[in-house]
Design a protein around this ligand. Structure first.
Ligand code: NIG
Ligand code: FE
Length: 412
C-alpha cells in the first residue's frame, strides 16, 4: 500500500539521518522543505523531498496537502491516562484557596485517585481510559507513555498496567508503560515507608516483570513523597529487571534528586519546575533528558520549567502533557506546545523539536518516531491550511489539525 502526500506547503522536522535528540542551540533549528511530497509504504516513510522530485507513480492513495503543514505526530512521553473518575472537587477547592499540598494532606490528591481506582473494575477503567486515548490521538499524538501509580496496592498497580497493555494491543499508536508504584505512600504505610518500598520491590516488581507489563520505572521524588534515598532504592530495583528510570522530580522543591537520577542513568527527569544551577550542571554531559510539563504548571499555578536557562546551558528539553486527573486533566499536546511558547518563551521551532524528536527520546523511541526520516513510522499530523507553522502555537485555542496519520493510515 503506497500513500503519497503531494503539494505540502511545508514539511516540518525533516532529518536526513536519524538523530536521537536535539540539544541547546540546535533546538532552534527545525529543518523543513517547502512545497514538498512524502511517500509512505504501508506504515513507513520511504521517501520525501521537494515536489519537483516527486516520483511519477500510481499510489494507492494520494492526499493533496496544498496550503497545509505536515509534521511528525506528537510524542507524549509522560502521561497518567489510565485512571478512574476525576477530581473536579479538588479543582474547585483550589479556586477557593487551598493548595495542591493542602488538598493532598487532607487525603485528597493521589490517594483520592488511588481509592477510586481500587474500587473500579478493570473493564470500567479500560473504558474510561480509552476515551482519553482516542481524544489525544485526534489531537495529534502518535506515541504515548502511560504510567501506573494510582493503584498503590499489588492488585491496583497490576490492574492499571494490564489496562495499559490492553490499550497498546487495541490501538495503533505506540504505547510505553511505566511502573509508578512509588507515586505516594498509602495511608497504612504513612509511618513505615520501608515496608511499602519492600512491597514495591518484593511483591509488585517481580509480578510486573513476569507479565512483561512495564518498560520503565518511575517514582515521585519530592518532599513529603519519596526521598532521594528512597528513589534510589526504587531505581536500583528497577534496573535489576531491566527497567530504565523516568523520574518525577523537582516539581515543588529541589532536593538533589536530579543528581541521583543522573547517577543511575535515568532516561528522563520530569517536571523540573524548580531547578537550581547545580541541577543544570549535573544534567550537562549526561544522557538524561529533562521533560517539562507546562499544562501542569498552568493548571495548578506553579512555576514553569526554566526552559531558556536550560537551553542556554546546552541541554535538550522535551515537552509532555502529564495528562492526569490532579494536575493536568488534558493530554492536548497542541496546548502544551503553545503554552511552552507563550509562558516558557520557547520559540515555535524549539517547542516542536521538544514535542517530537525529544519527546521520542524521552520514551526511548527516537529510532522510529519523532522526525520525518526514511525508515521511520509514518505517524503524521496534516494541519488545516495555515499561513505558517507559527500559527500552531499562535492560535493556541484553535484546533488546527485536519488529519492524523498513524502507521500510514488516516485516523482522523
Ligand atoms: O505528574 N506529581 C506527581 N504526579 C502527578 C500528579 C498526580 C496527581 O495529582 O494525581 C504529576 O503532576
Ligand atoms: Fe506526572
Amino acid at each position: 500500500m503506497l500513500t503519497l502526500l503531494i503539494n505540502i506547503k511545508e514539511l516540518l522536522q525533516i532529518r536526513e539521518t536519524s538523530i536521537e535528540k536535539v540539544s541547546g542551540e540546535a533546538m532552534a533549528v527545525l529543518p523543513s522543505i517547502k512545497n514538498a511530497f512524502l511517500l509512505i509504504e504501508n506504515d513507513t516513510i520511504i521517501d520525501f523531498g521537494p515536489m519537483e522530485n516527486c516520483p511519477k507513480i500510481n499510489a494507492d492513495k494520494t492526499i493533496d496537502a496544498s496550503g497545509k503543514m505536515v509534521l511528525p505526530a506528537w510524542c507524549d512521553s509522560h502521561t497518567h491516562i489510565v485512571y478512574a473518575g476525576n477530581r473536579e472537587q479538588e479543582f474547585v477547592d483550589r479556586i477557593n484557596g487551598l493548595t495542591y499540598e493542602e488538598i493532598a494532606n487532607r487525603g485528597g490528591g493521589i490517594l483520592n485517585s488511588a481509592k477510586k481506582l481500587n474500587e473500579t473494575s478493570e473493564e470500567e477503567i479500560y473504558h474510561q481510559s480509552k476515551k482519553r486515548l482516542e481524544e489525544v490521538i485526534r489531537q495529534g499524538t502518535g506515541a504515548v507513555e502511560i504510567k501506573s501509580g494510582y493503584g498503590l496496592t499489588v492488585d491496583g498497580e497490576l490492574k492499571m498496567l494490564r489496562v495499559i497493555k490492553r490499550l497498546a494491543a487495541d490501538y495503533p499508536i505506540t504505547i510505553k508503560a511505566t511502573f509508578l508504584g512509588a507515586h505516594a505512600y498509602p495511608l497504612a504505610y504513612k509511618e513505615n515507608h520501608a515496608a511499602y518500598i519492600d512491597v514495591i520491590i518484593n511483591e509488585m516488581l517481580p509480578k510486573i516483570a513476569e507479565e512483561h507489563l512495564a518498560d520503565y520505572i518511575d517514582a515521585f521524588c519530592e518532599t513529603g513523597y519519596f526521598s532521594v534515598e528512597e528513589t534510589e532504592r526504587i531505581m536500583k530495583a528497577g534496573q535489576q529487571y531491566g527497567l530504565h528510570a523516568k523520574i518525577h522530580v523537582n516539581q515543588f522543591t529541589a532536593i538533589n534528586g536530579i543528581a541521583a537520577c543522573v547517577k543511575h542513568n535515568a532516561l528522563s527527569v520530569d517536571h523540573l519546575e524548580i531547578v537550581t544551577d547545580e541541577d543544570i550542571e549535573v544534567l550537562k554531559n549526561s544522557e538524561t533528558i529533562a521533560v517539562a510539563l507546562p499544562s501542569c504548571s498552568y493548571f495548578i499555578s506553579i512555576p514553569y520549567t526554566p526552559a531558556r536557562k536550560m537551553i542556554a546551558a546546552g541541554l535538550p528539553l522535551a515537552l509532555a502533557s502529564d495528562f492526569n486527573p490532579g494536575t493536568s486533566p488534558s493530554g492536548n499536546m497542541n496546548f502544551v506546545v503553545a503554552t511552552a511558547c507563550i509562558k516558557m518563551k520557547m520559540t515555535p521551532e524549539e517547542a516542536i523539536n521538544a514535542a517530537t524528536i525529544n519527546g521520542a527520546y524521552a520514551m526511548g523511541i527516537s529510532k522510529t518516531h519523532g522526525s520525518i526520516t526514511i525508515g521511520k513510522k509514518a505517524n503524521l499530523i496534516i494541519t488545516k491550511p495555515l499561513n505558517s507553522f507559527y500559527e500552531l502555537p499562535y492560535s493556541f485555542a484553535s484546533n488546527l489539525i485536519e488529519q492524523v496519520i498513524i502507521n500510514g493510515k488516516v485516523i482522523v
